[in-house]
Write a protein that binds this ligand. Structure first.
Ligand code: ADP
Ligand code: MG
Length: 310
């Protein structure tokens, strides 16, 4: 007998608590200014419907609306991160739904922009480079001017046919310039494919195994803006020079698509470098590649101090 009695007593107590809690929550919910406004805008809702929807109304009340209580997408306090609650009435019934909030939309926009830079093997600091961070010491001022001019042209008339061939000593910030430009172009929704030449050669060679070589070459031919980092640092084969690099540059030259380069060599020096492969010295073929490089880019010197601290 005893256990049943105590069970019953507990149940009754709980029930009493429940009733108390319910009344408290009901008052809180119905006293909330936003809920009041919502109910005032929908006089067709019956008391019964409001009571039935109390949990939905309570949920609405506790959530942050359009980021009013969150600093960023990452610190969103809502049950569904990045979604903001909405109350609406359909057939005299209250419905609660969620839509993406401002922060989430911003976040998604940034993510899709990040994807626009198809840098294949770039360090993080290069990925985050900005034109504003390039200090304008006199040794770089011409290079910066050229970079800003290119961006201006893009904004005025779309992509120019020629990119820039940045050359200069090791560590002066040539790759950093490309990263900064890629990030700037990203803001205008232009994607850049940035690749480090030695990796490019490896990548192409590796794709022999899986038959993806033609797709890859096609991708580099057609990228909006192609950026070849450190040309001259790769180990050349005559095949890579003529069949791969040559055909990509040929295509881009014909289509008027810009290419950016960085190199430790000036164009004249690069020509000598390109002529020498394992197979021997082929000046005519190197000359042909150089002609294409000159068609798709303009030579600009970057000098200054070595910024590498190692
Ligand atoms: P390069 O390609 O000419 O050899 P990098 O672009 O790799 O030189 O630059 C060398 C180092 O200096 C890198 O660590 C790079 O992040 C840094 N660096 C270059 N320019 C800047 C800059 N304007 N602000 C901050 N760091 C820079
Ligand atoms: Mg570099």
């Amino acid at each position: 007998m005893k256990p049943v009695q105590s069970e019953l007593k507990r149940w009754m107590e709980q029930n009493e608590n429940f009733q108390e809690n319910y009344n408290r929550v009901r008052q809180e919910v119905l006293g909330d200014p936003e809920i009041k406004e919502f109910l005032a805008a929908h006089p067709e809702l019956t008391r019964n419907e409001v009571d039935k929807s109390l949990i939905k109304l309570h949920e609405y009340k506790t959530q942050s609306k359009q980021c009013d209580r969150c600093k960023s997408f990452g610190s969103c306090v809502n049950m569904l991160q990045g979604y903001s609650p909405i109350l609406h009435v359909e057939d005299s019934e209250i419905h609660l739904s969620y839509e993406k909030c401002h922060s989430r939309l911003d976040y998604e926009r940034q993510q899709s922009q990040q994807k626009l830079i198809k840098s294949l093997y770039m360090p993080k600091e290069i990925m985050q480079a900005t034109i504003a961070d390039i200090d304008s010491d006199p040794e770089r001022s011409d290079a910066i001017r050229q970079l800003v001019h290119f961006v201006g042209q893009v904004q005025e008339k779309g992509l120019p046919k020629k990119g820039i061939y940045f050359y200069g000593p090791f560590g002066v910030g040539k790759t950093y310039f490309l990263g900064a430009l890629a990030n700037k172009l990203k803001e205008i929704n232009i994607s850049s494919t940035l690749i480090y030449m030695p990796e490019f050669v490896r990548e192409i060679k590796a794709s022999f195994k899986d038959d993806s070589i033609n797709d890859k070459i096609d991708y580099f031919k057609k990228a909006d803006v192609l950026m070849l980092d450190d040309i001259g640092a790769e180990l050349h084969s005559a095949w890579f020079r003529d069949e791969i690099l040559g055909s990509i540059l040929q295509y881009r030259m014909m289509e008027g698509l810009p290419v950016f380069f960085t190199s430790n060599y000036s164009m004249d020096q690069l020509e000598g470098h390109l002529a020498t492969t394992r197979g021997g010295v082929e000046e005519v073929k190197a000359g042909r590649i150089m002609e294409r490089i000159k068609q798709v880019s303009k030579e600009v010197l970057i000098s200054g101090d070595n910024r590498r601290d190692y």
